[in-house]
Design a binder for this molecule. Structure first.
Ligand code: PLP
Length: 412
């Protein structure tokens, strides 16, 4: 008999995006004359920049020659890309990261999800709420949660850290001991950020508790304000306690190409039951060599091209385009009288829905009355109730039109 991993049975089905799709489809069928504008998606819409396309063409041609052909590559990634990351994403910011502390992957979702492999089941996990659901679900799958409490809409044994307007979207340190802490800034879904003082508190906590911070900075490239840290390693001591996840998905439109990386400094340790220190870099390297074949050569050449002078110019133009949309959304909603968060250092705008209606009721009204689609905050966790996410990844024209409609809207 084959026995299953029963932790999977604890998982709640995520109906968020499928419910949105169904509602939009029904509305469109019933109102074929209405132009529905979708500002709900978390996927990019601008094409891959020419510099990356050029690099891929070249790499493809190389693969067809005897000298340029590449078979299995290094599981951790090619040195040309790891070096480009070290130089550009870290050294230029005054951060010293070594090449063998970088692991190239097929994206931050897989890294954030797979990292749980190297940690014991009995770690106590703290996760901000609302949240990118991968952190929670992968801990449920690997047995670090209790059952789902339907009334509270939370999993038992997971420590939820509310991130709402009441605490200015800055999670408070847990009162109990936790061992693994997921932080994501700029945050999805709230679009808010932490400053260095806020992050320092978490680094200190992790040091005191011998905990590890799993820092997701997938949206780092959207940071526009000077005092916002791009990397957790800008904080003194973070190299002893933090793992950082990065992605080329939003930075360079790689959601379809697939490439990202994780930084595991050699100075970050976990502990055996006997409290012996073990380097997490070593464990992750072992896992990577066993379970991963690396990202394709062609894709890694594309990622490398992001760091050329021309590549930087081109991706910055796309980021500027999206951030112009974010500005239009934020300013327009404010003019329309909404309270709005995010949208300055992030492509996500998080708005407070009017008192007396839920996130889903707001979704329905927005769809039916102005034909605009967003994402209800409650879909990201219980503390997302009362909020709503709009994204800047649409086209400029659609974003402008959607916001004009909202500005002229007499919400009924
Ligand atoms: N982390 C966060 C917070 C995200 O919002 C996303 C994607 O939406 C990811 C990670 C996944 O990135 P990738 O496409 O690199 O898997």
């Amino acid at each position: 008999m084959s026995y299953i991993n029963e932790n999977f049975l604890k998982l709640q089905d995520s109906y968020l995006f499928s419910t949105i799709a169904k509602k939009v489809q029904k509305f469109t069928e019933e109102n074929p004359d209405k132009k529905v504008i979708k500002l709900g998606i978390g996927d990019v819409t601008r094409p891959i920049i020419p510099e990356c396309i050029k690099a891929m063409h070249k790499a493809v041609d190389e693969m067809g020659t005897q000298e340029g052909f590449r078979g299995y590559g290094p599981e951790q990634g090619y040195d040309f890309l790891r070096k480009a990351i070290v130089e550009n994403d870290y050294k230029k910011r005054g951060i010293n990261v070594e090449v063998d502390e970088i692991f190239i992957s097929d994206g931050a979702k897989c890294d954030c999800g797979n990292i749980v492999d190297i940690f014991a089941k009995n770690n106590r996990v703290a996760i901000t709420d609302p949240v990118y659901p991968v952190y929670i679900d992968t801990n449920v799958m690997s047995g670090r949660s209790g059952k789902f409490n339907k009334e509270k809409e939370i999993y038992e044994n997971i420590v939820y850290l509310p991130v709402t307007s009441e605490n200015n979207f800055k999670p408070e340190l847990p009162r109990e001991d936790v061992d693994l802490i997921y932080l994501c800034f700029p945050n999805n879904p709230t679009g808010t950020v932490l400053n260095k003082t806020d992050l320092k508190k978490w680094v200190n906590y992790a040091k005191e508790h011998r905990a590890v911070i799993l820092y997701d900075s997938a949206y780092e490239s959207f940071i526009g304000e000077k005092d916002v840290p791009h990397s957790i390693y800008e904080i003194d001591g973070a190299k002893d306690v933090a793992i950082e996840f990065r992605s080329f998905s939003k930075t360079a439109g790689f959601t379809g190409l697939r490439c990202g990386y994780v930084v595991i400094p050699k100075s970050v340790n976990g502990y055996t039951e006997k409290e012996e220190k073990v380097s997490l870099n070593k464990l992750w390297n072992r896992r990577t060599c066993t379970k991963f074949n690396g990202v394709s050569y062609v894709t890694q050449r594309a990622a490398e091209a992001i760091y050329t002078q021309e590549g930087q110019k081109q991706i910055k133009e796309n980021i500027r385009y999206y951030m112009e949309n974010a500005k239009i959304i934020k300013q327009g909603l404010e003019e329309a009288g909404f309270t709005v968060y995010g949208g300055i250092n992030s492509p996500y705008v998080w708005l407070k829905v009017p008192d007396g209606i839920s996130s889903w009721e707001f979704f329905d009204k927005l769809l039916q009355e102005v034909n605009v689609v967003g994402t209800p905050g409650s879909g990201f966790g219980p503390h997302g109730e009362g909020y709503f996410r709009l994204t800047a990844f649409g086209t400029y024209e659609n974003t402008k039109e959607a916001i004009e409609r909202i500005k002229n809207w007499n919400i009924r």
